[in-house]
Ligand binder design. Structure first.
Ligand code: GBH
Length: 455
């Protein structure tokens, strides 16, 4: 049988969970109805967001969520992963709770349930309340307790209707881009001094898990970004660099969560009192492990290669240097499209963590392309779903797959220049138009005989 978008996908398990993902800051808008976040001030600083845009309006999802839930329902998926904006719930990040903010998520969850779609909220997708950042933000250990208190507030309000929780989105990216390299909010360029930011997020996750369990949550996970790391050559210096990058991307967060310890060398750098006790909290059992997958990365020895990363000069003092991966198609963002690397990642992950690995959810996978007739996106999704199916057949326990993203949205430092949606958004009229990929996915789910309600 032939492969490709022209032929039906292989059959996935009947109870496989199909979904779409978004995040609060990238779609909600309604900035006046919430507290300010680090991304508001970052976007207001000239030069930080490439097209000079802000997320003040974004997709105006706050006012248009009914239309968006209808799009999710008509697509035929069974789940929707969205994020809760911390400054919408707690405008200053602590204490005072905004009833209006909580009401929004209450209505959204009701609307999803009425449409037969499972709500999968993520509690933090990078929009730290600005007041907390100005007091030291994730560089401070007590952010972890603040986050757990916020988690308890949200769980108390919507927990009765939430089957699955995700604590944090991609703490690796938030540490690396937001605090080590300064390309994302809050824009710190601390290089290796950013390591405590990683630890504090992990501790925040662990304390939030305790708070969610206390509120009765039965199904909890985290969403980490992962991808295979390839060495530029077999030379020892390139291999060493690749191992180090692999440690930062694939192990720095997963090892503490799944094995209860940091990779060799990291605990010494952290030099944090009470680390063993923290690691007990961090490694409490999870019900799901979320993987966000986009592309493999190639690195070489420090000081080699083009000296830049995604068009930004790369600090030569780091022990690896990014390289271009040649020989594959690229998305509009320039990311290589390598479906086989998705299967490679999942098999490697299973080999590395074995029985310590909870069932996986693919919490994000997607690509940026222009246009309504987005055949490239169809080919991307088709290729990645086939790769995922191969990993399933090889015994990797994956329970669901979420496309990033439902809608075109505010793509962080790129602004609105990158479009990841199954649904096009006209940023002047805010009109939504399903793309060819939306129709393709809907048909693929029908071919699977997938039933959102599970019967
Ligand atoms: C996710 O992060 C975010 O969770 C989401 O908010 C965001 O909108 C979405 O992805 C799309 O960006 O220069 O070829 O080495 C993205 C994780 C990690 C993916 C770094 C791209 C670098 C590509 N990213 N990776 S490359």
């Amino acid at each position: 049988s032939s492969n490709g978008p022209g032929t039906a996908l292989p059959r996935f398990p009947e109870d496989f969970l199909w979904g779409v993902s978004t995040s609060a800051h990238q779609i909600e808008g309604a900035v006046d109805l919430r507290g300010r976040s680090v991304w508001d001030s970052f976007s207001a600083t000239p030069g930080r967001v490439k097209d000079g845009s802000t997320a003040d309006v974004a997709c105006d999802h706050y006012h248009r969520y009914r239309e968006d839930v209808a799009l999710i329902r008509d697509l035929g998926v069974g789940a929707y992963r969205f994020s809760v904006s911390w400054p919408r719930v707690q405008p200053t990040g602590a204490g005072q709770v905004s009833e209006r903010g909580l009401d929004f998520y209450d209505r959204l969850v009701d609307e999803l349930c009425a449409a037969g779609v499972r709500p999968v909220p993520t509690l933090f997708h990078w929009d730290t309340p600005l007041v907390l950042e100005e007091a030291g933000g994730w560089r401070r250990r007590d952010m972890a307790e603040r986050f757990a208190q916020y988690a308890a507030v949200v769980a108390e309000r919507i927990g009765d209707r939430v089957p699955t929780w995700i604590t944090l989105n991609e703490p690796a990216e938030h540490t690396l881009l937001g605090h080590a390299l300064g390309e994302h909010a809050p824009g710190h360029r601390m290089l290796f001094d950013a390591l405590p930011v990683a630890h504090h997020q992990l501790l925040a996750h662990g304390l939030a898990v305790q708070a969610l369990r206390a509120a009765g949550a039965a199904d909890i996970g985290i969403a980490n970004s992962h991808g295979p790391t390839w060495a530029a050559s077999d030379e020892p210096a390139d291999r060493e660099a690749a191992d180090f990058y692999d440690l930062l991307l694939n192990r720095l967060f997963a090892d503490p969560l799944l094995l209860g310890r940091y990779p060799d060398g990291i605990a010494e750098l952290l030099d944090s009192p009470g680390l063993d006790a923290d690691l007990k909290v961090i490694s409490a059992p999870l019900d799901r492990y979320g993987v966000n997958y986009y592309q493999p990365t190639m690195v070489g020895a420090p000081g080699t290669g083009p000296g830049e990363f995604s068009g930004v000069p790369f600090p030569p003092e780091l022990p690896f240097a990014p390289r271009e991966i040649e020989g594959f198609p690229r998305t509009d963002f320039g990311w290589p499209v390598v479906p086989d690397a998705f299967a490679e990642l999942l098999l490697d992950f299973r080999a590395r963590y074995g029985d310590r690995l909870p069932p996986l959810l693919i919490t994000e996978n997607g690509c940026s392309y222009e246009g309504l007739d987005d055949q490239e996106r169809i080919a991307f999704l088709d290729g990645h779903l086939r790769a995922l199916h191969r990993a399933l057949a090889a015994g990797v326990d994956v329970r669901g797959y979420f496309v990033w993203s439902l809608l075109d949205n505010f793509e962080w430092a790129e602004g609105y220049r990158r479009r990841f949606g199954l649904v096009h958004v006209d940023y002047d009229t805010l009109e939504r138009t399903p793309k060819a990929s939306y129709a393709w996915l809907r048909q693929a789910l029908r071919d699977q005989k997938f039933s959102p309600s599970g019967d």
